[in-house]
Design a protein around this ligand. Structure first.
Ligand code: NAD
Length: 396
């Protein structure tokens, strides 16, 4: 029997918005999800105008309160199955709480919130309501990130000694915000972005790659949040030296003033037996270096179990690559689609009253968002204290 496509409602996305578009393409990727409604702008009149001009028909609402409030009155098949929050960071918590309290699953952009207190409240609510909540750490959706997770977590590189997790950009190397660039303006405003600019915006992605692939947690940090562009109130360069839960060390670093770097997110994991390297600007490739051997270069979908490094019993779920054969390139949109596809599974199970995973193995969770916020808080404290070592707090 064919499945009814899931109905998705957008919070944010009007007037020159950025990340809503990769998301909405990814939502439609499989034909099993579709965008049907949106509260696209803070001003209700503009929100309705933007909805009327959306590239395909959607039901416009003047605000997310109105959109969430309207659901109970709709016939079941017209109700939203989940909402997607693609607003600036300071407008994540409120719509997320309102949707959760109305029993609507939430897929939210990162960083989770603008404070650890808000993140804690969201975690508590998700646990109480037992409802799917996904966090849009895009790069977990690359098959190569999942492959890396398998390689590192199954011990093929030995014990992890050192990790370099980085996300480097150059687009804020001058006062981009003064040119009226919509994405820059709120990102350099601490009230809208949170206590860390660059760290919150892209450092959290680097942290998430580290945690997802290695399974290790950051236990202590010595951090420096720096401002290179004069007059900017928030960090545009972020460096955290980290102690890891296995006794290893890591650097989580991010920069938005590194001219020449576009979206240079990368991960290097050095273990006692070998090193793994991955870069999102070349997202189909994982390189493995073993002592005294030529490098092994693995492409998405083109791996052979039992090749002398890979075991014979690579998990079937990892090998069952559902999209196009290797060589026909996958990238950013495919990664987003993989996250929405996995979230859809959990939403359908939730609706059928079945147990669902939401365990962080296929997309980031509300707890990952909480860890991200705790990491930022700890780094901010360390930086204020001239890079003094600070322990990560224990989380409720
Ligand atoms: N996962 C990723 O790779 C990735 C990439 C870029 C941005 N992001 C995150 O996505 C979020 C949005 O970033 P962006 O660059 O798309 O920002 P943007 O400024 O391009 O878009 C934000 C949208 O939210 C709308 N908005 C603001 N307040 C609203 C309200 N109260 N009600 C309804 N709409 C409202 C704006 O009008 C705009 O349409 C941020 O949290 C950012 O950190 C994630």
């Amino acid at each position: 029997m064919s499945k009814r496509p899931l109905n998705v409602g957008l919070v944010g996305g009007g007037r020159g918005a950025f990340i809503v578009h990769p998301h909405q393409r990814a939502i439609h990727f499989d034909g099993t999800r579709r965008v049907v409604a949106g509260a696209l702008f803070p001003d209700p009149k503009i929100a309705l105008e933007e909805a009327a001009q959306w590239p395909y028909p959607i039901k416009g609402y003047g605000s997310y309160d109105e959109m969430i409030g309207a659901q109970a009155q709709l016939p079941a098949e017209q109700r939203l199955d989940y909402i997607l929050i693609v607003t600036p960071n300071f407008v994540h918590f409120d719509p997320a709480m309102k949707a959760l309290n109305a029993g609507i699953p939430v897929f939210c952009e990162k960083p989770l919130t603008v404070s650890l207190a808000e993140a804690n409240t969201l975690v508590k609510t998700v646990r109480e309501k037992k409802i799917p909540f996904g966090l849009a750490h895009t790069y977990l959706g690359h098959w190569t990130t999942r492959f890396s997770r398998y390689l590192v977590r199954s011990g093929l590189l030995g014990e992890v000694r050192w990790v370099d997790a980085y996300y480097l950009q150059g687009w804020l190397a001058t006062k981009t915000e003064d040119t009226g660039n919509q994405q820059a303006v709120w990102r350099v405003d601490p009230k809208k972005a949170g206590g860390s600019g660059c760290g919150g915006d892209i450092g959290t992605h680097a942290l998430m790659q580290l945690r997802y692939v290695t399974g290790l947690e950051v236990t202590e940090v010595s951090a420096n949040l720096e401002i290179y562009v004069k007059g900017r109130p928030i960090d545009d360069h972020f460096t955290a030296y980290c102690h890891l839960s296995n006794g290893g060390r890591a650097l989580v670093r991010a920069s938005q003033v590194s001219i020449g770097h576009l979206n240079d997110l990368g991960l290097e994991v050095c273990g006692t037996k070998g090193t793994l390297r991955w870069r999102q600007e070349d997202p189909e490739v994982v390189t493995i270096s073993l002592l005294g051997q030529p490098d092994r270069v693995y492409y998405r979908g083109a791996v052979t179990p039992g090749d002398g490094f890979l075991p014979k019993d690579i998990p079937a779920a990892l090998m069952a690559e559902p999209t196009i054969p290797s060589g026909h390139g996958e990238a950013f949109h495919d990664a987003f689609a993989r996250l929405h596809r996995c979230f859809e599974d959990d939403v359908r199970k939730y609706q059928a009253g079945q147990p669902f995973e939401c365990d962080g193995s296929r997309y980031a969770t509300v707890v990952d968002g909480q860890v991200g916020m705790a990491f930022l808080d700890t780094c901010i404290q360390s930086s204020k204290d001239k890079g003094a070592w600070k322990a990560m707090p224990s989380l409720p």
